[in-house]
Each structure stands twice: as C-alpha cells, then as structure tokens.
Design a protein around this ligand. Structure first.
Ligand code: HEC
Ligand code: HEC
Length: 473
C-alpha cells in the first residue's frame, strides 16, 4: 500500500489529537521525539494490523514531526515499507557517522570517543572533561553525559506544567528540559552541530564534514538515502549528517531498551537484594535521600517506565572542580542556564547555577559525575548529598579555618540553591544518610544498568516497554 505525505501527516495529527485527550501522554521531547523512529514503528504496526507497541515512543510535536516526515518520506508517494527503509538507512548512516573520526578537525575524534557504547554512551575514561580540539590537548568545562534515555527529555521551557506526577497542570515545575547540561538546544540535530564545530571538541567545519562524508566508505549509502544530488549542496549534506546522527540516537533497542534489573523488578520478574531494596526505600523516602523527588523512580500514571529524571534544571551547589583548566581563572564560573555556554538567559539571575537533572539509568557505567565531573565514584556523590549541609568542610575548601561553601557559585545567586531534603540541614545536624545507608543507595543505583540477565541467563525485556502508548486505528 502506498501512502503520501498528507496521509502521514494525518496519522500524526490523529496521534496528537489523542494525546490532547490523554494529558499524561503530552510530552514534547527534545530529541525530535524520535519522530522518525516512532513514525516507522507506527507504520510498521499499521502494516501488521496492530496498535503501535511502544510506551517510550514519541509524543511528537507537530512542526518537528513534519520536518522529520519530509526527510523520512522525501515528499509524497512513498510506501510504508519505503519510509521504514529510509529510517533504517538513516539509522545505519548515523551509526557510521557516530563512530567516524574523519569528521573531526584532528581526524582522531569521533562522537563515540567521548560517548562510548560500553559506558552507556558516556566516556570510557575517568577524566572530568574530555580532550579535544585540533591538537587533542584542549578540554571543555563539562563532563560528557550519557546519551541513553534522552528520548523523553522535553523541549526547554522556563515554566513547565507537567501532568504526569502532580495530576495538576497548574503546578509550575520551573525551568525544565532541553539537551545538554544547560538545556540550550531542543533537538538532536542541533545538538550534534555543537561538538562537530566546537574548537574544544571535534573542531571541524561543515565543509570538512562534507568532504569526509564524500570520501567515506558509506558515501554511496549516503547518496542512496538522501538522493543522488545530495553532495551538490554542502548545506544539504551537512544537514543530512545531523539528521542521521539524530535518527541513530533514537534507536530504541540501543538508546532506551529498559533492560535493567530494576525494570525486571518493576515487571515482577526479578527480586532486589535486601541492600538494593533498602537503597530504593532510602532513595524514595522524602525524609531520607528524597532522590526520587527529582530522579523519578516510579512509572508514570499511564504506565510508562520511569526515566529517573524529571528533567528539571536545579542548582545543588556542586563544588568547583579545580582540575578543570578553565577554572584556573578565579573569575570564571560555569553558571549553567545563565551562561556562558548558553547565551539567551544571560541576564536572568534566577537561572544562574542551574543544570538539568540527568537520568540515573546506567549511572554505574559512568566514571565522572556532575556537570563538572568533580566526583569519580557514586559513593562520593551520595556522600555529597548526605553531607553538603551537615559537614560542608568535607566537600568545599577550608581557608583559614573557614569553609568556602558553594565555592562555584557567586553568593548573589545562592537564593537559587535547592534547600529541600536532603539539603534541609545545618552543621551539627545528623546527615540524611549514614555510611551504611549510602552503601545501600549505591547498591540500588547499580540495579539501573541495562542488560540485566536473569539468573536463567535470559536478557530481560521489560513489560512496560511493550505497553501501547498511542493506538493509531
Ligand atoms: C570531546 C568530547 C565530546 C565529543 C567528541 C562529543 N561529545 Fe557529545 N557531549 C560532550 C559534552 C561535554 C556534553 C555536555 C555539553 C554541555 O552540557 O554543554 C555532550 C552532550 C551531548 C548530548 C546531550 C546530552 C544530554 O544529556 O542532553 C548529545 C545528544 C551529544 N553530546 C551527542 C554527541 C554527538 C552526536 C557527537 C558527535 C557529532 C558528540 N556528542 C561528540 C562531549 C562530547
Ligand atoms: C532537587 C533535585 C535533586 C535531588 C533531590 C537529587 N538530585 Fe541528583 N541531581 C540533580 C541535579 C540537578 C543533578 C546535576 C547537578 C549538577 O551537575 O550540577 C544531579 C546529579 C546527580 C548524579 C550525577 C549524574 C551524572 O550523570 O553525573 C547522581 C549520581 C545523582 N544526582 C544521584 C542522586 C541521589 C542518589 C539523590 C538522593 C540522595 C539525588 N541525586 C537527589 C537533582 C537532584
């Protein structure tokens, strides 16, 4: 059966109409909401005569959707199978691009150099910030995050009204969403532009990227996917590169498989050990870790698996990382959403010091934590949460007997700092978690790693991942 662009639009319009009726489903996603993949899944499911089976699939936003459809369908008249095939080809190309160092200025740095698939697409080494630039000796100011579970990060909003948890859309959750630590881009393709062109990272240019693709072993595949004449236009080629990377990053089985022990536990197919279970309780307990208030651990009301983030941008006063070259300048501060990397909110004091809450899925595979990569073990991170306010001298420098608390945020912005539990204490109080409890929280965090094998050896696929989110019939 052949379908045209108009029909695809109609399918997607019906999806969003349905989402309006079911507010729990309304979530704009940053990574172009997997539009292309979801579209393919939708079409594939239609073909198979069953509703789309993907709880984690897109809740597309109309304008983004149309552009993705254009790329996927390249105009009207493609059959479902052809659309599906385009997505498959773009995913395959995106994967090759992701691992290709020839796109970089040095010829030595690929996306995968900083986002290693063996570490949930975070760095394989323990550096706070990765090396890059044309000489491979430069470093930026931030730790490279995981690229998994970005599919439901909403587009950045200063005031986010979410219905999932509160059941009340009048609740303003504050600044939320967007990609990167400061939420400054909304789409995977716009994001990919940043490392490709940054002089501290891949240090390339659109012209260089295009030349590399033309000379690459996958040049023919590139033409087959984007058209015989794609290389005639540098701008079109560069955009196709960005689009392919974005599409690859939306491969469900690679980037959001939901195969952790905790997913198996939620589905009733695995048991947590005593320590893990205790850790989960502490993680959720509002008077103890209170971690789940930001790193959501429960399914949404519509049964979608937890993302371990509410995507809020929050200031928690992480200590200054003096190992970063940029911090040798005592006047330099990475203030997150108010700059310097992000420029549109520079004059807004209330945005200074806030960073997007990361997912904790696969956190045990990471080697550096927080936006500046200051900590290198989960014990240290959880100890920071427990002791930031009761024993600040353990985390911040002490100069002439005085603790320099919040040494990476100028005092005029301290009003932005979070003061909810576990940050509701003062020196002399009992920390929210003792050492044994910290160990249990870390044991629980270890259950969030994908690829859990049940004792019988089978890799578990979570039941939630199969809950239909949107029916298209
Ligand atoms: C030199 C190391 C490095 C390279 C190479 C690199 N990245 Fe990153 N990546 C980072 C860092 C650091 C951040 C956080 C940036 C920020 O917050 O400003 C990041 C952030 C991201 C994010 C946003 C994640 C989130 O949580 O919002 C995505 C998506 C991403 N990178 C994809 C890519 C792609 C695609 C490439 C290749 C074109 C790439 N990266 C190359 C270091 C790197
Ligand atoms: C008020 C919201 C909030 C609460 C409560 C909270 N977190 Fe976080 N978490 C964040 C934010 C925001 C960041 C990123 C902060 C930064 O880098 O500046 C973060 C970062 C982290 C990281 C590092 C992730 C990475 O990829 O580098 C870990 C691990 C973590 N939190 C675990 C916990 C645990 C465990 C608890 C409970 C003891 C907890 N969080 C409580 C908001 C919160």
């Amino acid at each position: 059966m052949r379908i045209g662009l108009a029909e695809i639009r109609e399918i997607l319009a019906r999806r969003s109409a349905r989402q309006r009726v079911e507010p729990a489903n309304v979530k704009r996603s940053a990574l172009l909401v997997l539009t292309v993949t979801a579209l393919a899944a939708t079409l594939a499911a239609c073909d198979a005569g069953k509703p789309e089976a993907s709880a984690n699939a897109a809740q597309p936003d109309a304008p983004l959707t149309v552009s993705a459809v254009k790329v996927a369908a390249q105009g009207a008249g493609q059959s479902r199978a052809q659309v599906y095939e385009s997505v498959r080809q773009m995913t395959a190309l995106g994967k090759q691009l992701f691992f290709d160092p020839s796109l970089s200025g040095s010829g030595r740095l690929a996306c995968a150099s900083c986002h290693s698939p063996d570490h949930a697409f975070s760095p394989a080494n323990g550096l706070s910030a990765q090396l890059g630039g044309t000489d491979m000796h430069r470093t930026g100011m931030r730790a490279a995050p995981t690229l998994k579970y970005l599919q439901s990060v909403p587009a950045f909003a200063e005031h986010y009204h979410e219905s999932d948890d509160e059941g009340d859309e009048s609740v303003d959750a504050g600044p939320t969403g967007g990609l990167t630590w400061d939420g400054r881009v909304d789409r995977g393709s716009d994001q990919a532009r940043i490392p490709l062109l940054s002089s501290l990272e891949m240090g390339s240019t659109p012209a260089r990227v295009v030349a590399a693709v033309k000379a690459a072993p996958y040049a023919d595949a590139f033409r087959a996917t984007f058209g015989e004449h794609v290389f005639d236009n540098e701008d079109a080629t560069f955009k196709a590169v960005l689009q392919s990377l974005e599409t690859f990053e939306q491969t469900p089985e690679v980037f959001y498989p939901y195969t952790s022990k905790y997913d198996a536990f939620l589905a009733g197919k695995a048991q947590l050990t005593k320590a893990e279970l205790h850790g989960l309780q502490l993680f959720n307990d509002e008077q103890k870790g209170n971690c789940a208030s930001c790193h959501i651990s429960q399914r949404t009301k519509d049964g979608a698996p937890p993302q371990f983030s509410d995507f809020g941008l929050i200031a928690i006063g992480v200590p200054r990382n003096r190992a970063l070259p940029v911090n040798r300048d005592p006047h330099f501060y990475d203030l997150g959403a108010c700059g310097p990397e992000r420029t549109d909110l520079g004059k807004r004091d209330e945005f200074c010091g806030i960073f997007r809450t990361p997912t904790l899925r696969n956190i045990a595979l990471k080697k550096s934590f927080f936006h500046n990569g200051i900590y290198h073990s989960l014990d240290q991170v959880v100890r920071f949460y427990a002791g930031r306010d009761t024993n600040p001298e353990k985390f911040y420098p002490v100069v002439k007997g005085k603790v320099q608390k919040f040494d990476d945020l100028p005092q005029r912005y301290w009003a932005n700092l979070n003061t909810e539990p576990p940050f509701d204490r003062k020196p002399g109080d009992k920390p929210a978690l003792d050492e044994a409890e910290i160990k249990d929280v870390v044991a629980f965090l270890d259950t969030l790693t994908d690829g859990y094998k049940a004792p019988d050896g089978a890799v578990h696929a979570s039941a939630e991942a199969a809950i239909p989110a949107v029916a298209v019939h």
